[in-house]
Design a protein around this ligand. Structure first.
Ligand code: ATP
Ligand code: MG
Length: 241
């Protein structure tokens, strides 16, 4: 579904992504792990071309994202949800309005339909009773669950997560990971940059270990966590496990 071919990204002289070629298949959950500054966020942002790759290709649903019009790119971006560390909810709108906005504006879904679907999604993330509240009145974990519901409202084919739990107080991490696990169980294709090794171990189909501009190692969680091959991965895992 998502093909990454010889992806490179440099900022000035800083070669952040040196040569990455990998595929994400439909229904797969990929967890990307690696040291701080290794380019995980940059990689994720290249996947939906929030960041323009320096070279290489990102092919999504058969289309090369580097060589299509802005209009076509926007259509494809609608199929790629993104959930960030910092929620990015609109503070002047209620929870339900936050979720209804994009389907109505971008997909021209009717207000009634968007409302119905928005409530279903809030129910799914356990927050139906918060529909009319404003983001400021929610906890971090609740905000992040709303952000996930908002991404789902666009019926994406894949959701990209960039450290969705790392801004949360520890007691709220579990509720967000639970929603993500349910999503994974429902067959959603997910690329998750995370420091939550427990989640990666439990939920990932594949773990990608990124360091020094490359994906150094790929494997099933038990392969990466129990039998890392490279010194780089051994070193990293010794620090985080
Ligand atoms: P962390 O785990 O801390 O989130 P990361 O693996 O996500 O780190 P990135 O944020 O992708 O790492 O950053 C990788 C490198 O790219 C860093 O050296 C960073 O300074 C650089 N970088 C990222 N974005 C930009 C930018 N917009 N302009 C210049 N340099 C950037
Ligand atoms: Mg990052």
């Amino acid at each position: 579904m998502l093909e990454i071919k010889n992806l490179k990204k440099t900022f000035g002289k800083n070669e952040v992504l040196k040569d990455i070629t990998e595929n994400v298949e439909k229904g797969q959950v990929i967890c990307v792990i690696g040291p701080s500054g290794s380019g995980k966020s940059t990689f994720l942002r290249c996947l939906n071309v929030l960041e323009q790759p320096t070279s290489g290709k990102i092919i999504f649903d058969g289309q090369d994202l580097a060589h299509i019009s802005e209009k076509e790119l926007n259509v494809l971006r609608e199929k790629m949800g993104m959930v960030f560390q910092g929620f990015n909810l609109f503070p002047n709108m209620s929870v339900l309005e936050n979720i209804k906005l994009a389907p109505m504006k971008v997909k021209k879904v009717s207000a009634e339909e968007a409302e119905k679907r928005g409530k279903e999604l809030l129910d799914r993330v356990g927050l139906l009773d918060k529909a009319d509240q404003y983001p400021d009145s929610l906890s971090g974990g609740q905000k992040q669950r709303v952000a996930i519901a908002r991404a789902l409202a666009m019926d994406p084919e894949v959701i990209l997560f960039d450290e969705p739990t790392s801004a949360l107080d520890p007691e709220m991490v579990g509720e967000v990971l639970k929603v993500m696990q349910d999503l994974a169980d429902s067959g959603m294709t997910m690329v998750v940059v995370t420091h939550e090794m427990g989640f990666a171990r439990e939920v990932a189909d594949e773990v990608w270990f990124m360091a020094d501009g490359y994906i150094q190692e790929i494997g099933k969680p038990e392969e990466i966590f129990e039998h890392p091959k490279s010194e780089r991965a051994k070193d990293f895992l010794a620090k985080v496990l």
